[in-house]
Design a protein around this ligand. Structure first.
Ligand code: CUA
Length: 143
């Protein structure tokens, strides 16, 4: 059957592409783009202030909330965000920014964001993670 042939061809192509990506990453030592860091996973959310306009936030995603909740930073702050999960895979998207990460247990994702405009920046989990998924949110208040 023609469909079966097309299916096998498609699967074969996927296999080839995957092999090439692995080869590129391992064989040629090229970095596949990723936001995953070497930072050791943490078990607690935390806000660390390095300077009046420099912050580091460790976000812990957990069924079904983010820790810390409702962080406040001054306008113009640069925030380094580190994200991990305590249980399953969660999403992490900050509205009004280009931050869009995955919280994966055992790994730490990273993004830097500068908040130039005051406002309430809502953070939502955009990866289905169970019955509490739609309520899994927090915010960064910039003022
Ligand atoms: Cu966490 Cu959806």
């Amino acid at each position: 059957r023609a469909e079966k042939g097309a299916f096998i061809t498609a699967v074969a192509f996927m296999g080839v592409f995957f092999a090439l990506i692995v080869y590129a990453a391992k064989g040629l030592n090229i970095d596949v783009p990723t936001c995953i860091t070497d930072v050791k996973p943490f078990t607690q959310g935390q806000v660390i202030q390095h300077a009046p306009d420099r912050y580091e936030i460790h976000y812990l995603a957990k069924m079904w909330y983010f820790e810390p909740a409702n962080v406040e930073v001054p306008v113009g702050s640069t925030v380094d965000i580190y994200l991990t999960s305590a249980d399953v895979i969660h999403g992490f998207q900050i509205d009004g920014t280009n931050v869009n990460l995955m919280a994966i247990p055992g790994t730490v994702a990273y993004a830097r964001v500068k908040f130039d405009k005051p406002g309430v920046y809502h953070i939502v989990c955009h990866e289905y993670c169970g019955i509490g998924h739609q309520d899994m949110a927090t915010k960064i208040i910039v003022k």
